[in-house]
Design a protein around this ligand. Structure first.
Ligand SMILES: [Zn+2]
Length: 416
């Protein structure tokens, strides 16, 4: 790809990225609103204006804060309409307010000191990937907040590619259907998506390390367990009280400790308790179960049911209600039937001169939902590391390469 194009991609992706991270779009899992936070509207409105400036058509910021836009295909490209998707919000686990990006040029391979993190340095032992970017420009937050590259990098990369299509009329592309979604981090990214504004295939720009492509994700369930006990004055409680709170604690203690996020990696699944609350009368345990193999999750659900029955027998009068919610499914189920979507992504990454890394994602994406809504949608790297943390970082070269992958993918979809 000619140097003028890659220079523009780098300049555009970096400039836009630094602009977007300054807007606080942290989502709020406790909110009843859609979207869950005001800041997502602010970013949505900026993107609407920028998409119009870039010459896109049918630009819309809808009532649920989804941003849509269409770029008509270049004459001569007969490929199907393609969606590029990224999310507006940042993780609820760390503050996204007043993000102050710190830019380190010509990285020397040493530990990183961030001004807002006191004496604590980010060491190369903690973030070994740093050593692959010696000599590059790296972008961090100042250590007080997350950076928000998940997923503002993805948005910036898509926008940079659109800027390149505007500037270089020789770059081929099919019709592009751009979608930016709110509240992905709290699992609601596709809840109100307008499917008639999505292409035939899609790509989320929401993966990690440069070169990554993800075509497989967890099969995911949320489990709410409600323990109903019986309260009575503790002085007169013998053979009367059924203490839901203490029974819930015993129940959690009976889950296999080695099947938890902190003890698993690779393809191993887990139970993960996310919340416990309660008193004598009633207690609630919220957990999630995850696995690449859905039959393993079925086994976990059976285990929870059997354990609940055992506890009801052990504590006469106790009631345990289990509510299971299907959160998302392993997108591989869909993508293996449409190998062309992943094949082209692999080729585009290799053409951008980046080593392809294929990993199953220990999480989910908007793409997983889109796959089961009929749009095969693998996930491509946005380039950020240590996301959802105060030591999140991204190399500038990843911003450039991810946007180049978007441009190259578009050309591949124009091949007959
Ligand atoms: Zn993300």
């Amino acid at each position: 790809m000619n140097k003028k194009i890659t220079a523009l991609l780098r300049e555009q992706a970096t400039k836009r990225f630094l602009e977007y991270v300054r807007i606080d779009t942290q989502s709020d899992p406790e909110s009843k609103m859609s979207p869950s936070s005001e800041g997502q509207w602010v970013l949505g409105r900026i993107l609407r204006e920028e998409l119009i400036e870039l010459g896109l058509e049918d630009v819309e910021l809808d009532a649920h804060c989804y941003v849509y836009a269409t770029l008509p295909g270049r004459a001569g490209c007969v490929g199907p309409p393609i969606t590029f998707c990224a999310h507006l919000d940042t993780s609820s686990s760390e503050s996204g307010a007043n993000v102050r990006p710190v830019i380190i040029r010509n990285y020397d391979g040493g530990d990183i000191r961030l001004p807002g993190s006191g004496k604590k340095h980010l060491t190369t032992a903690e973030s070994r990937e740093l050593l692959q970017f010696v000599g590059e420009t790296l972008i961090f937050s100042d250590g007080r907040t997350l950076l928000g590259a998940d997923d503002k990098a993805g948005i910036a990369e898509i926008m940079a590619a659109l800027a390149a299509f505007k500037a270089f009329s020789e770059l081929p592309h099919p019709e592009l259907k751009i979608v930016f979604t709110p509240d992905e981090e709290i699992g609601a990214g596709t809840d109100f998506i307008q499917m008639n504004r999505v292409g035939k295939y899609g790509y989320t720009m929401d993966g990690g390390m440069m070169g990554e492509i993800e075509a497989e994700c967890f099969d995911a369930w949320g489990m709410d367990l409600l323990f109903k006990g019986r309260n009575i004055h503790p002085g007169y409680a013998k053979d009367q009280m059924i203490n839901a709170a203490s029974i819930a604690a015993r129940f959690v203690a009976a889950l296999p400790e080695w099947e938890t996020p902190e003890h698993t990696e690779g393809r191993a699944g887990f139970y993960h308790v996310t919340r416990i609350e309660g008193a004598e009368n009633s207690a609630m345990v919220k957990l999630i179960i995850r696995d690449f193999d859905k039959s393993a999750n079925q086994r976990r659900m059976d285990y929870l049911k059997n354990l609940a029955q055992l506890f009801e027998r052990r504590y006469g009068g106790l009631e345990i209600n289990i509510n299971a919610k299907d959160q998302y499914k392993n997108m591989n189920e869909v993508l293996h039937r449409h190998p062309e979507a992943v094949d082209k992504a692999r080729r585009a990454i290799a053409l951008a001169d980046v080593a392809v890394r294929e990993n199953p994602i220990r999480g989910g994406t908007d793409g997983a939902r889109l796959c089961f809504m009929g749009v095969p949608t693998p996930n491509i790297f946005a380039g950020a590391m240590r996301v959802h943390s105060k030591t999140e970082w991204i190399p500038e070269v990843a911003l450039e390469k991810a946007s180049e992958v978007v441009v190259r993918l578009c050309a591949l979809w124009c091949e007959v």
